[in-house]
Design a protein around this ligand. Structure first.
Ligand SMILES: Nc1ncnc2c1ncn2[C@@H]1O[C@H](COP(=O)(O)OP(=O)(O)OP(=O)(O)O)[C@@H](O)[C@H]1O
Ligand SMILES: O=P(O)(O)OC[C@H]1O[C@H](OP(=O)(O)OP(=O)(O)O)[C@H](O)[C@@H]1O
Ligand SMILES: [Mg+2]
Length: 290
């Protein structure tokens, strides 16, 4: 059985469960379950605090884990990112009272509050700045007003929390994060039969998760176009490998099917229409293996 760590609560929990469900894995029934087994797929899930997941995976007891890139870096655990999962996106930033500290150099000799001391220490070291880190479990935006720190470093998603606390970001983003699948660094032993079986199981899981990422970001576009316009139309819809072209009963016309990026969809549909294509239909992809 493949053993996989999944966030049990917090900002990544629902996204991770949704993605695994979409990939065909059975998830726990209740949010109180801390383990579940998907016997049909040969996977056992362990629901853990997201900040602990990299540590468990690095210890070698679990094969893979879903956590945040920032949380994995913060833990200092020996794990490597095998796939970025496209949800739980955030940036990690310094912030302070406007007009007080406005650069990383200005943190020298000051106090900074954060729940991610590992991430912050690494960045302060890279800047050669000596700053005292005050570790807090959360709500760090309050730390300046309450006098325990001169600046903070925290997760910023929409920026609403900072704004409401009257704080402003400064310096470059410390890091960009999203949910990631991690594995123990250097793992992947193909010398033994058991190792090879694990590799095959990991590859299958990766194929499934990549399938979800593609199904989410692409649509299947179908349209009819006059044969002499086909090359121009295919330039707009090159697909992932190559579009499928089928003859139409109507003389001189062909039907085209091509995977198209969702983000581009309406621009491409308008351009196809202007070119002369008709019957342009976009449909969702439920699942795929490429
Ligand atoms: N709005 C957000 N707030 C917190 N974390 C977020 C947000 N958006 C994305 N994330 C990401 O989620 C992960 C943090 O998950 P975690 O479960 O610790 O957060 P949480 O919901 O704040 O939980 P907790 O209540 O334990 O602080 C990080 O990888 C972080 O970058
Ligand atoms: O940019 P925003 O969209 O406002 O999101 C970022 C905020 O959300 C998180 O706090 P959370 O709600 O997890 O509370 P916590 O500080 O107790 O962890 C994070 O620590 C920031 O405070
Ligand atoms: Mg939080």
């Amino acid at each position: 059985m493949l053993r996989i760590a999944v966030p049990n609560k917090g900002a990544l929990s629902q996204g991770a469960t949704d993605m695994l469900t979409e990939a065909g894995y059975r998830q726990r029934r209740s949010s109180r379950d801390l383990q579940s087994v998907d016997a049909d797929n040969g996977v056992e899930f362990f629901y853990l605090r997201p900040g602990d997941i990299a540590t468990y995976v690095a210890s070698g007891d679990l094969d893979l884990g879903i956590t945040g890139r920032d949380l994995a870096v913060n833990s200092g655990a020996e794990v490597e990112e095998v796939l970025a999962l496209g949800f739980g996106r955030s940036t990690f930033r310094y912030a302070g009272r406007p007009g007080e500290i406005d650069s990383v150099a200005g943190l020298d000799g000051k106090r900074i509050a954060t729940s991610y001391p590992g991430v912050v220490q690494r960045d302060l070291d890279a800047h050669g700045v000596k700053t005292a880190i005050v570790e807090l479990a959360g709500a760090v935006e309050n730390a300046i007003a309450l006098g325990v720190a001169d600046a903070i470093a925290d997760v910023v998603e929409t920026g609403t929390t900072l704004k409401q606390a009257g704080l402003a970001v400064f310096g470059d983003p410390i890091m960009h994060s999203e949910a990631v699948l991690v594995r123990k660094t250097g793992n992947g032993d193909s010398a033994t039969e058991a190792g090879q079986a694990t590799e095959r199981a990991v590859e299958q899981l990766l194929r499934r998760l990549r399938g979800v990422l593609v199904a989410r970001s692409y649509v299947m576009l179908a349209y009819d176009v006059r044969a002499e316009l086909l090359e121009a139309a295919v330039e707009l819809t090159p697909g992932i490998e190559s579009p499928t072209i089928s003859p139409l009963h109507r003389e001189g016309w062909v039907a085209v099917q091509s995977m198209t990026e969702r983000a581009d969809l309406h621009r491409v549909m308008d351009a196809l229409y202007e070119l002369g294509a008709r019957g342009i239909l976009a449909s969702n992809i439920d699942a795929c293996r490429l």
